[in-house]
Design a protein around this ligand. Structure first.
Ligand code: SIN
Length: 283
C-alpha cells in the first residue's frame, strides 16, 4: 500500500494519513515506513487512537526500548512509556514537566545513543506546547567548505548535566541537586556523523549536550560550536510541529535535533506518552 504523504517542510518531515498504527502493520508496510523514516527523518501519523500497548508494540520494532526517567514518571504497567506532562494529581506531577527544553538529540551523552523517539498526545494545551525539529543533514550540507574542513575528523564532547553548560538554564524545581546526581562521564562522538542506513553525513552536536570539542581550546571550540548551532536552526533547516490530538510523531535521532517549545500555562494541561529505542554508537 503506497503511503499517503504530505510534506511538512521543504526538505524533511512528512505527515502520513493512511496508516492506523493500532492495527497490525504488516512487514511490507513496516519496511515502507522505515524507508520514509530514514529519508524524511520526522514522521507525523495523523488521526491515531493509540493505547499504551500499541505504542510499545510499534516502537519496539525499531529496536530495544529505553527505560527512561523515574518509575513514578512512567505509565503504570508500561515502564517503557514515560509521561511528559504538567498535570498534577494530589498535588504531585504525574510525569516529567520540562523534558527536552533545549535543542538536542536524545541520549547523545551516552556511548550508544537513541535511534527513534515516539510521542503521542493525550492532552494538549490551548496555547503553546509545540515541538520543533532541525534537519542535521541539511545543516551539514549548508556549511561552507572551510567550516566542513575545520570539523572533519573532530569529536564533540557530550555531557548530560546542565550544570557547567552556559548555553542552557536549569528550569526544574530542585534542578541543581537533580543534575548533580545525574552528571555523566563525558562521552565523545564525531561532530560529523554518518547515518548508518543512508550513508548521508549530518551534524551531531547540540547546545543541550555538547559542551566542547576534543583536543581544541575553548577559545576556538566554543565560537565554532556557536557557528554550527546557528547553521542547525537556520531558516530552511527546521520544522515546528503544532500538535493536534491524534498525532503520533516519531523522529530519527541520528539525523534530527529537536526541542520542546513550552509556552503553555501550568494549568493548561499537556500530556504526551513518550517511547524511544536504543541505537548504536555514532561513527
Ligand atoms: C522530548 O524532547 O522528548 C520532548 C519533546 C516535547 O515534549 O515536545
Amino acid at each position: 500500500m503506497p503511503l499517503n504523504m504530505q510534506p511538512l517542510s521543504d526538505k524533511f518531515s512528512v505527515a502520513i494519513t493512511n496508516v492506523d498504527l493500532s492495527k497490525n502493520v504488516d512487514q511490507n508496510l513496516f519496511d515502507e515506513i522505515v524507508d520514509v523514516f530514514v529519508k524524511k527523518q520526522v514522521l507525523v501519523f495523523r488521526d491515531q487512537h493509540i493505547e499504551p500497548q500499541h505504542q510499545v508494540a510499534f516502537s519496539r520494532r525499531f529496536g530495544p526500548l529505553e527505560m527512561l526517567y523515574d518509575e513514578d514518571q512512567r505509565v503504570p504497567g508500561f515502564p517503557e512509556i514515560a509521561i511528559l506532562s504538567n498535570e498534577k494529581v494530589d498535588g504531585k506531577f504525574i510525569g516529567v514537566v520540562a523534558a527536552g527544553d533545549f535543542w538536542h538529540s536524545d541520549q547523545s551523552y551516552r556511548r550508544e545513543t537513541s535511534l527513534a523517539t515516539f510521542l503521542y498526545a493525550h492532552k494538549l494545551p490551548k496555547h503553546g506546547g509545540d515541538t520543533e525539529f532541525a534537519d542535521m543533514h541539511g545543516a551539514y550540507e549548508s556549511l561552507p567548505d572551510d567550516i566542513k574542513k575545520r570539523i572533519e575528523g573532530r569529536m564533540g564532547i557530550h555531557q548530560r548535566s546542565k550544570l557547567g553548560n552556559p548555553r542552557v538554564a536549569v528550569t526544574r524545581e530542585g534542578g541543581e541537586e537533580y543534575y548533580e546526581r545525574r552528571a555523566t562521564k563525558n562521552v565523545t562522538h564525531p561532530i560529523v556523523r554518518t547515518h548508518p542506513v543512508s550513508g548521508r553525513k549530518g551534524l551531531y552536536v547540540s547546545p543541550r549536550f555538547t559542551v566542547g570539542i576534543q583536543d581544541m581550546d575553548d577559545a576556538e571550540a566554543q565560537p565554532l560550536l556557536d557557528t554550527l548551532f546557528a547553521y542547525q536552526t537556520a531558516p530552511g533547516n527546521t520544522y515546528r510541529h503544532k500538535w493536534t490530538l491524534g498525532d503520533f510523531v516519531m523522529w530519527d535521532n541520528r539525523s534530527v535535533n529537536h526541542q520542546a517549545c513550552g509556552g503553555y500555562a501550568m494549568d493548561d494541561i499537556r500530556l504526551l506518552h513518550r517511547t524511544s529505542t536504543q541505537g548504536d554508537q555514532p561513527f
